[in-house]
Write a protein that binds this ligand. Structure first.
Ligand code: C5P
Length: 404
């Protein structure tokens, strides 16, 4: 993928992960982007403006008021002369400043003054990342349209502590930048594909819900593999604990009805790959208060059927050219898959046996059969990533046949 002629303003915050931002500069420039850096005062404690300036081959901007500096272009111009602002590392402090609209240094002033897309790569101690204040700020920023990549789980450089808070690797940040700006290349370039993944959670009362064992690993791997082949991917994900794939637009939902609305909003698309383990039923009316244990004995839950998202897409007036569904079964795999193909209006059903002894649900491997109107193809037991790559190739071949 190419970032040629794209202008990136890289805001480097004060964290030990700042050393990775130097590599990020190189990686972005290798792909043809020009990179200009803004460094906070704290960032300069970790890496020097000289390093950032040498690698970016541009002046490094550090001060909000620097009228004596011949290079001073002001925060508005810095923003105007960029296509995307990347904040890496995005410290808890920078996130808090932008979430509350503060602008008392050059980095925060640029972020508040910009109308360009902003991508943040948070990096901080896991306790800071999990603090309610940071969680709140992240939500606020996401609502304001800020995009995020990472953080990942791992060991912290400074304390050796493990947990979530490590900055995404430079290449993951590059992939996210490409997702936002890049001219995609590959057999699926120019194709838009919607993918669902993960379970849904159907609330019973404010503290309880119905869920299933889906981890989202297979669906997320498929979204990543399609993006890898150049597709523009919208991933609609139920609640999962794995990270958003790089280079993919991820929409987070909880319930089947929210998932359906997000899929609907993502159409039209060239293909839809519905991998989510959508709850078939939900509780007819969610209790407003926590249901109490009491003399009445166990509550009887009245269930109603959820919308079938795959069937909805398969019979949609904006039906994608290619509709792919999954059939997770514990018995009569092929017969059920064939039936699903028809009933749901799908072109391909990826059938897999999810009997507990197979370890597919939540596991890393999967053994699938590809069921189409033309027959059944058996694939060997493979990593979910390998299943994803092979399925992405198959989708690319099927879509290629629509090229004029
Ligand atoms: O009917 P069943 O749940 O076995 O069908 C599985 C396929 O249908 C999967 O592709 C799943 O993502 C999709 N599905 C859906 N909405 C539902 C139920 C299943 O999209 N409510």
């Amino acid at each position: 993928m190419s970032l040629s002629a794209k202008r990136i303003l890289l805001v480097i915050g004060g964290g030990v992960a700042a050393y990775k931002s130097l590599d990020l500069i190189r990686r972005l420039r290798e792909r043809g982007a020009s990179v200009r850096c803004v460094m906070t005062a704290a960032a300069q404690q970790f890496v020097t403006p000289l390093s950032a300036g040498t690698l970016s081959a541009d002046h490094v901007f550090t001060d909000l008021f620097d009228r004596n500096d011949e290079h001073d272009v002001g925060h508005i111009r810095l923003s105007r002369e960029a296509d995307l602002i990347v904040v890496a590392p995005a410290t808890a402090d920078l996130m808090a400043k932008l979430a509350t609209g503060q602008a008392n240094d050059l980095a925060s002033a640029v972020l508040l003054a910009t109308d360009k897309p902003v991508l943040m790569a948070p990096a901080m101690n896991p306790r800071m990342w999990s603090h309610a204040a940071t969680r709140r700020n992240r939500e606020t920023l996401a609502r304001d349209g800020i995009r995020f990549v990472g953080p990942a789980r791992g060991e912290m450089a400074e304390s050796g502590e493990a947990g979530e808070g490590r900055m995404a690797e430079p290449l993951e940040i590059v992939a996210a930048v490409e997702g936002l700006l890049g001219r995609r290349t590959g057999p699926l370039a120019g194709r838009r594909i919607v993918v669902t993944s993960g379970p849904t959670h159907e609330p019973i009362d404010p503290v309880r819900y119905i869920a299933n064992r889906s981890s989202g690993k297979q669906g997320h791997a498929i979204a990543a593999a399609l993006a890898e082949l150049g597709a523009e991917v919208v991933l609609v994900s139920g609640p999962v604990t794995i990270a958003d794939p790089a280079g993919v637009e991820t929409v987070h939902v909880e319930t089947a009805r929210q998932m359906q609305a997000a899929v609907e909003a993502a159409l039209p698309a060239d293909a839809a790959v519905m991998v989510a383990a959508v709850a078939d039923w939900r509780v007819a009316s969610e209790a407003g208060e926590k249901i109490k244990k009491g003399a009445g004995g166990a509550p009887a839950l009245q269930m109603v059927e959820n919308p079938d998202i795959l069937a909805g897409v398969g019979h949609h007036r904006k039906r994608p050219f290619l509709v792919v569904g999954f059939a997770a079964e514990t018995q009569d795999l092929l017969a059920n898959a064939r039936q699903k193909l028809k009933r749901k209006g799908a072109d391909i059903i990826v059938a897999n046996d999810v009997s507990p002894q197979g370890g597919v649900m939540g596991g890393d491997r999967n053994e699938v059969r590809i069921v189409t109107a033309g027959g059944v193809e058996e694939w060997p037991l493979m990593d979910k990533d390998a299943v994803a790559a092979r399925l992405a190739e198959l989708i690319a071949r099927r879509l290629a046949s629509t090229l004029t």
